[in-house]
Design a protein around this ligand. Structure first.
Ligand code: TYD
Length: 216
């Protein structure tokens, strides 16, 4: 009898411009070559309903969104994604890689926006049914470098959203929040230096993931 591989849930976190999207796809390709079935998704978004929530919460014109509304919308988008995509993929023994997840809410709405972390944890637990990633990769990069990548030469204003338009101090608090979260749960988090060349970052991520998944 062929046994179904164990499902695995991997998340990527990092400040704006840290290269998560590229690295998610490179890791997915490599895992597929290693014979795994991989689902990639992102937050906020990843289902038709979650994408509609994303459009509201990230719209640069929606300046009047209250911080509580922002937190609830992030969690609402996540609830739909968990129940429609992530949990079914895990149940089928697949690898699911998500570009941002709950830690983004703690870093952005909690540490950076100053909302109560305990309340955010309660909301998030309700949204996710307590589903936590097996492995979280933090693409670590100075905030200024990330914003330069996002807003520097070649970046179009249309590709920026309500959150990444916030000031440098906000993004510094996001980065500090990530480091605090990673220190609190060292078994789940792995830090990768995102200043290195794309291929070197991908190689570091592969080494971590292959060890965690026991594949090569
Ligand atoms: P996106 O364009 O996907 O940016 P990135 O490539 O940096 O992921 O925008 C998502 C934005 O939403 C990003 O600025 C982080 C923010 N965000 C939160 O504030 N809270 C959350 O819970 C999530 C998932 C994202």
């Amino acid at each position: 009898m062929v046994s179904t591989p164990q499902g695995c849930f991997i998340t990527f976190e990092g400040v704006e411009g840290s290269g998560k999207t590229t690295q998610v796809e490179l890791l997915a390709d490599r895992l597929r070559h290693a014979g795994r079935t991989v689902v990639t998704t992102r937050e906020p978004g990843g289902t038709p309903i979650s994408d509609r929530i994303r459009a509201v919460v990230l719209d640069r014109q929606n300046v009047e969104i209250h911080p509580h509304t922002e937190a609830l919308l992030m969690c609402a988008a996540r609830a739909q994604l968990v129940h429609e995509v992530i949990q079914p993929a895990l149940d089928a023994g697949q690898v699911i890689i998500c570009d941002r997840y709950s830690d983004s809410t703690f870093a952005y709405q909690g540490y950076a926006r100053g909302q109560d972390l305990a309340t955010l944890r309660t909301l998030n637990a309700f949204a996710t049914g307590g589903l936590a990633p097996h492995l979280t990769i933090l693409l670590d990069l100075p905030v200024e470098d990330g914003l330069q990548r996002r807003f520097g030469a070649g970046a179009s204003a249309a590709s920026t959203n309500r959150m990444d338009r916030l000031d440098l101090e906000f993004h510094r608090r996001v980065a500090a929040g990530y480091h605090g979260l990673a220190q609190a749960e060292p078994d789940r988090w792995r830090l990768v230096d995102a200043q290195e060349a794309v291929d070197d970052v991908a190689a570091a991520i592969w080494e971590i993931t292959a060890a965690a998944l026991n594949c090569s």
